[in-house]
Design a protein around this ligand. Structure first.
Ligand code: IVH
Length: 716
């Protein structure tokens, strides 16, 4: 990101009125753009410190030319209008923001201003609270029941996120205790723990989904989901610290700290660090203590908020334009530094996802030495990322670039901008590798995905443990006595690197001496070898599933097995299809035949062919087959039956056949058996005591059959 404000920014002292007018307009447009990026798209383009600097410049110019302040100035409005997609909610009391202080002097000035305004003999008690870096939320309760939850939006109108908020455990749906006001709007911050954010991003990255720049964006993106089940799956948390409308106060002589206690009694989580201070010195001590604690806190904060404790004082103090006179935010200085990006390394995850990492010339950022920064994926490096990537508009990152690094909200260091002036003229663009750096297999990037993946499923050491665990799992080889723990152990010892190695353990045991391992003995080892021998005969669909080909789960493995019938036919077809694979596509008959299997789409077909296009996967499979005695052919599916191509769901307790029998019979006749009812379901076969699936089928108008009707349909 090129900081547009810097080169052009004229000295305020020298500004003439006409120049000031133009400068204000320019700043207004720039700030509005950043507001929209931050509030509507959860994707800030500049750091908070840079944003604050822009605002301060605007404020300084407005202070010098008060008659140039227009109603549309960012100082007169808050945030940005709500993003489309959610219903709008009017806040009964606007959700305004806070003025900022950056120095001890500014905090002292604030306290003295308050004292003067109230004509007090001394500075009144102040509550100091960590400023949580999340997104604020207003919760409306009527007679103690949560009726509406809304984001801040532009401060006056927010988005209705009631359904999403009901999935957050920290937010009570019913307030506890006595003295509950008939109507109240309780407010606070939705946030995500740093460790939860990291784990979520890792899962997202592996799955090729949106990666978030920091916990704040991650919390905002998780809350504002149209699909509430996604919000429910995200670890969102909430601190209560304020309120809007209050039909009456639940106590005599209310104060901020008593209200926080009441919020805790009512069932909210209130931040445990919050402290009541009796002097500015105490407040500043709190700021310093929290500053030192910052990195160790499990959530992100970006400063401290001071609030006058007595609510009658707060009322008298009131508001100036967008912020209260009774509170101020004391921000932490931005933790940024400039350094050189020496190299981009690629890390390969346990499922083959290739993640780029920036290796930096070590630099101290906010007291911590930073040497690595995450780069997420190819688009992020190219400056095309739209998920909070600070680098956009095609500004890319190259090896050798001088970059500004920020400890993004304390969590993982981020690159916030490239210093383009320092980029050598001949610095080549970074080419994202199309080969796995760990095993050398070719990598693929699926359409619509940002992630490159290694295709060496069977042989890549980075993926080995995951693949081997999958190989022995219940629906695959299902070997008694060889579970995840044993796989980890055998892999760690170097005994099992690829599937075939499992079957040579017995022959190698004179050397390995598995029985000497803790927890093993002669008998258990003999049993293990026997269990492995049993599996030298395996059904074709289990073998296909066990290979761990992307997108080939149990269902697709069965479709493939039934289509090809035998391992030989399957392999011959896959080799033919793989050998015809080109970057432009695949026109071979073998590929067309695969792609035409009912239920196998382009994405699956591509993934299967990519697996076989990697010759080392083929070699590993051949080594495995050499150890097996027989791959049992699959019963070919009948295609001309009444249920071929239909999707069936069995529910309730069946009396004429077991669930497994029903499933096997349906599949033999070409039907697909699903576990849940959707619009795509053709038949629901309901036994005794069928429950929610039956209700859903009726709701969706899906045909419901009794067991006898089903038998009639399939011909007994
Ligand atoms: S009080 C009228 N207390 O900071 C003021 N805000 O810049 C109401 N924030 O939108 C806000 N921690 O998202 C308050 N302990 C705290 C806070 C806090 C974080 C956020 C909040 C607000 C923004 C104001």
């Amino acid at each position: 990101m090129i900081k547009k404000s810097e080169p052009a920014a004229p000295d305020i002292a020298k500004l003439t009125k006409p120049k000031a007018k133009i400068e204000l307009m320019r700043l207004r447009l720039e700030i509005e753009g950043h507001n929209a990026a931050y509030y509507q798209h959860d994707a800030p383009r500049i750091s908070d410190a840079e944003y604050d600097a822009l605002r301060r410049r605007l404020e300084a110019i407005e202070a010098k030319f008060p008659d140039l302040v227009s109603a549309s100035s960012p100082t007169q409005t808050v945030g940005a209008a709500p993003a489309r997609g959610f219903a709008k909610v009017q806040h009964a009391v606007p959700m305004l923001s806070l003025g900022n202080a950056f120095t001890d002097e500014e905090v002292t000035e604030f306290a003295l201003r308050v004292q003067r305004f109230l004509r007090l003999d001394e500075i009144p008690a102040i509550v100091a609270e960590p400023k949580i870096d999340g997104l604020s939320l207003s919760l409306r309760y009527e007679h103690g029941e949560l009726v509406r939850a809304a984001t801040r939006g532009d401060g006056f109108t927010g988005e209705d996120v009631t359904a999403n908020v009901r999935t957050i455990a920290d937010i009570p749906t019913t307030l506890k205790g006595k003295a509950i006001p008939a109507a109240c709007e309780l407010r606070g911050e939705v946030y995500m723990l740093k460790q939860d954010f990291l784990a979520l991003n890792k899962r997202q990255e592996e799955a090729g989904d949106t990666v978030f720049a920091n916990p704040r964006n991650s919390a905002a993106g998780s809350l504002r989901q149209k699909d509430v089940t996604i919000t429910a799956s995200r670890p969102l948390k909430f601190f209560a610290y304020a309120w809007g409308e209050m039909s009456d106060y639940p106590m005599q002589e209310p104060t901020q700290h008593k209200m926080l206690q009441w919020l805790a009694h009512a069932g909210f989580v209130v931040n445990p660090e919050i402290t009541l201070c009796n002097s500015v010195e105490d407040a500043l001590k709190f700021y310093r203590r929290i500053g030192e604690l910052r990195a160790a806190l499990p959530y992100d904060i970006d400063g401290v908020v001071y609030k006058v404790d007595r609510l009658d004082y707060q009322e008298r103090l009131g508001f100036v334009s967008r912020s209260p006179r009774w509170a101020i935010a004391h921000k932490f200085a931005a933790e940024q530094a400039t350094t050189v990006l020496e190299k981009i390394d690629i890390q390969v995850g346990r499922t083959g996802a290739m993640t780029p990492v920036a290796r930096l010339q070590p630099v101290t950022v906010g007291g911590v030495v930073v040497q690595n920064a995450t780069l997420h994926n190819e688009d992020y490096i190219k400056g095309l990322g739209n998920d909070g990537s600070p680098l956009r508009d095609g500004v890319d990152i190259r090896e050798g670039d001088t970059v500004v690094v920020q400890r993004a909200g304390d969590v993982i260091p981020q690159i916030v901008s490239v210093v383009l002036d320092k980029r050598p003229a001949d610095l080549p663009k970074y080419e994202f590798p199309h080969k796995c750096p760990v095993c050398g297999s070719h990598a693929v990037r699926e359409e619509g995905e940002a992630v490159w993946r290694c295709t060496g499923a069977l042989i890549c050491p980075a993926q080995a443990v995951e693949r081997l665990k999958h190989f022995v799992s219940r629906l695959a080889f299902d070997i008694d006595g060889l579970g995840e723990k044993q796989i980890e152990l055998f892999h760690e010892r170097g005994w099992v690197k690829e599937p075939a190695d499992i079957f040579t353990l017995k022959a190698r045991n004179a050397e390995l001496q598995i029985e000497k391992l803790e927890g093993y003995g002669e008998t258990s080892v003999r049993n293990l070898f026997a269990a492995i021998d049993v599996r030298r005969t395996i059904e074709l669909h289990r073998l296909i599933f066990a290979l761990g080909i992307r997108h080939v789960g149990e269902g697709n493995a069965k479709l493939l097995a039934r289509h090809y019938g035998t391992i030989d036919a399957f392999l011959e077809a896959m080799r033919a299809a793989a050998d015809a694979q080109t970057e432009e596509g695949n026109t071979s008959e073998a590929y067309q035949d695969l792609d035409n299997i009912a239920g196998i789409g382009d994405v699956v077909a591509e993934a299967v062919v990519e697996f076989f296009a990697e010759t080392r996967n083929r070699a590993a499979l051949e080594a495995l087959l050499a150890e097996l005695t027989e791959v049992l052919p699959a019963e070919k599916v009948k295609r001309d039956t009444a249920v071929a191509g239909k999707t069936v769901v069995f529910t309730g307790s069946l009396s004429k056949f077991t669930r497994d029998e029903a499933k096997a019979a349906a599949e033999r006749l070409g039907a697909k058996v699903a576990g849940s009812v959707s619009k795509k379901t053709d038949y629901v076969v309901a036994g005794e005591d069928a429950g929610s699936k039956l209700t859903k089928a009726k709701d969706l108008g899906v045909a419901v059959l009794t067991e006898d009707e089903w038998l009639g349909l399939i011909g007994g």
